[in-house]
Design a protein around this ligand. Structure first.
Ligand code: S3P
Length: 428
């Protein structure tokens, strides 16, 4: 599908954003651990999380959306069923990597596969430590899906992650719960900690000190009632949009502001954005707030570690903010972008480049000269990546002439309401 975006005069209004994708995946996957009924309100109904639901149904969970609530009934980890079919994880790396950890301790065989994007993404990063714990894997070139897992008797390990990854950390924690002894994961920069928070709430013994997290095996975990906050990664598109379209004022309600996820607030503020965090509170173990954004003139910034894991998914839309900032902005230490749903360094630099942005890829990031850039609408492509599609739509709001985004239906991966919300906030 081609989606057309035109320049708008300003953005105004208030809205909720899509429910958090990372937390929604985890409500289903972690519910598998505990026998009984878990309830989830504000579950993200999108392609990625629906793939997770179908996989867990194949493992014996009963999952049903009833009214505003998602009801998840699990037989418990010890009574998961060996799946008869390949588990199709769709486009979702979180589904595949977390399931690899969950299934590593199960005494049966399962095969995980995905779409053409996911089947190009590296799984060696979870296979290697899970194999050290005692699981058996087969994959193309020892890394690429389809992935066959023969679960085994696991033992705890100590593991230093070569790159900060919440997906790898979560897989090891899920396996560690089923292992003999303690499993400890070390990370150099903090990655999102939803799994740790949620497992603690379920009764697991999790020990956290900065840079490391340990889990002890556990006989019984308890089902929960979860409430999913708005996704700051989805809010990011609207934050950048309201910042760069002059005379805008947008209130984003009930957005998760977990400190391992909110690097975008720090970066936009250091660029000069006008962002107020209002009504901060805690909801089901996660910090949430309303975020008020008014337009502002931006200046260039350098973004590099240790902040990268706290805004990894927001870098494509941060590139759009950099395109209108005064001066030369640089992103470093973000080579991980090359192995996301697309090669996001190649995708965002080529498509923003077509729109008149002076932007250059580097091996681990990009360089943007906002002073020399002038956005103009043209035909661009999402590269099959939801976050690239939404970033290009934000750029289109301030571009001269029309921006046509091909493969724009891909926003359904994480934010099916995106186009409606953007339209509702836009004033011509
Ligand atoms: C996610 C972790 C991040 C992020 C992804 C979701 C998660 O990936 O990019 O969109 O839910 O744990 P990595 O763990 O590979 O950095």
């Amino acid at each position: 599908m081609r989606y057309t975006v035109n320049r708008v005069s300003f953005l105004k209004g208030e809205t909720e954003v899509a429910p958090d994708k990372s937390i929604s995946h985890r409500t289903v996957i972690l519910s598998a651990l505990s026998p009984g009924l878990s309830r989830v309100s504000n579950f993200l109904q999108a392609e990625d999380t629906q793939a997770t639901c179908r996989c867990l149904q194949s493992l014996g969970l009963d999952i049903e959306q009833r009214g505003q609530e998602m009801l998840i009934k699990s037989p418990g980890i010890n009574d998961l069923e060996e799946p008869e079919m390949v588990l199709d994880c769709g486009n979702s790396g979180t589904t595949m990597r977390l399931l690899a950890g969950l299934l590593a301790g199960r005494p049966f065989t399962a095969i995980l596969s995905g779409d053409s994007s996911l089947n190009k993404r590296p799984m060696g990063r979870v296979m290697k430590p899970l194999a050290m714990m005692g699981a058996h894997f087969m994959a193309r070139q020892d890394s690429f899906p389809p992935l066959a897992i023969q679960g085994g008797d696991l033992h705890g390990i100590e593991y230093s992650m070569p790159v900060a990854s919440a997906q790898v950390k979560s897989a090891l924690l899920l396996a560690g719960l089923q292992a003999q002894g303690i499993t400890t994961v070390y990370e150099e920069a903090p990655s999102r900690d939803h799994t740790e928070r949620m497992l603690e709430a379920m009764g697991a013994t999790i020990t956290r000190i900065p840079g490391q997290v340990s889990v002890a095996p556990c006989d019984r975990l308890y089902p929960q009632d979860w409430e999913v906050p708005g996704d700051i990664s989805s809010a990011a598109f609207l934050m950048v949009a309201a910042t760069i379209v002059p005379n805008s004022e947008v209130l984003l309600k009930r957005v998760g502001i977990n400190p391992t996820r909110n690097g975008i607030l720090d970066v936009l503020r250091s660029m000069g954005a006008n962002i107020e965090v209002l009504n901060s509170r805690t909801s089901a173990g996660e910090p949430v707030a309303d975020i008020l954004v008014r337009s502002a003139q931006l200046k260039a910034v350098r973004v590099a570690n240790p902040i990268i894991p706290r805004l990894i998914d927001e870098l494509p839309v941060i590139a759009v903010a950099m395109a209108v900032a005064e001066g030369v902005s640089v992103v470093n230490d973000a080579a991980e972008l090359r192995v996301k749903e697309s090669d996001r360094i190649a995708a965002i630099t080529s498509e923003l480049g077509r729109m008149g942005v002076v932007i250059e890829p580097t091996p681990d990031g990009f360089i943007v000269d906002g002073s020399k850039s002038r956005l103009r609408g043209t035909n661009v492509n999402s590269h099959g990546d939801h976050r690239i599609a939404m970033s290009l739509a934000v750029a289109g709001l301030i571009a001269d002439q029309t921006t046509n985004i091909d493969n724009a239906e891909v926003v359904n991966i994480s934010y099916p309401e995106f186009w409606n919300t953007l339209q509702a906030l836009s004033r011509q």
